[in-house]
Design a protein around this ligand. Structure first.
Ligand code: URA
Length: 242
């Protein structure tokens, strides 16, 4: 048995807080009867409707993929470009946990659990994502200081990042470094670099929290192990209190 608001959130309809509001507003029915009591426990046999729509009770699935370059993190594309779902089982309604750009590769999680997805990507939960950035230009000491302090631009304020320089190639005017951030704003790494006057040549996410894809070739995926899912949820809960 699970709490009604949790089951609604897990179905990907809304956050747990919003589910509580919907319950209190009388928008949720269990077995045909309005249920406006928070904390009501429901089982797999119960039929739940939210705003008149029955929610699906699919088994929750969790995957990690080594996303190749040249595919989108959307379910379809009107220009016919490849999406990450082209690499995945076809019988599950899964979606990516946040997005990597078309030309970005590396660790990508996929699931059908909306609440898990929200916990993994919302900055409130402080889950770290590490990228190897190949930069056109030399990352200066001042750039590094700004990134570590929390880069500010005219329109954005980024939380402090971790920076570890791997290679500086003065002849070719290139830098390779690791950047760890705990937010997931749109094109965040590229925009941070642009704000510092640099262009990203290549971006690869090497880690999502403690998970990497060293065991997977580009385009390969595997199911997350139960202890990995537990650990991700635990980190998100700890991160919320930071
Ligand atoms: N930041 C970016 O700019 N692009 C990505 O794909 C991921 C993070």
């Amino acid at each position: 048995m699970e709490r009604l608001q949790k089951v609604i959130a897990q179905a990907g309809i809304c956050s747990r807080r919003k589910a509580e509001e919907l319950i209190l507003d009388g928008k949720v029915k269990v077995n045909g009867e309005i249920c406006d009591v928070l904390g009501t426990k429901v089982s797999k046999q119960d039929i739940i409707e939210v705003n008149g729509n029955m929610i699906s009770k699919e088994e929750k699935v969790y995957y990690i993929m080594n996303k190749p370059k040249g595919c989108l993190c959307t379910s379809s594309d009107d220009k016919g470009r490849k999406t990450v779902l082209d690499y995945m089982p076809k019988n599950e309604r899964i979606f990516s946990v946040g997005r990597l750009d078309y030309d970005t590769s590396g660790v990508l999680l996929l699931t059908n659990d909306g609440e898990f997805c929200n916990h993994m990507i919302h900055p409130r939960y402080h889950l770290e994502k590490t990228y190897v950035v190949n930069l056109q230009g030399i990352l200066s000491e001042d750039d590094i200081k700004q990134l570590r302090k929390g880069l500010k631009t005219k329109t954005e304020k980024y939380q402090p990042a971790k920076v570890f320089v791997l290679q500086k190639d003065l002849t070719r005017n290139r830098t390779q470094f690791e950047l760890t951030i705990s937010e997931g704003k749109n094109h965040q790494v590229k925009n941070m670099m642009l704000a510092l006057g640099h262009e990203v040549r290549r971006l690869h996410r090497v880690k999502f929290a403690f998970l990497d894809v060293k065991d997977l070739r580009a385009g390969e995926y595997r199911r997350l192990k139960p202890y990995e899912i537990k650990q991700l949820n635990r980190l998100a809960m700890e991160g919320e209190n930071k």
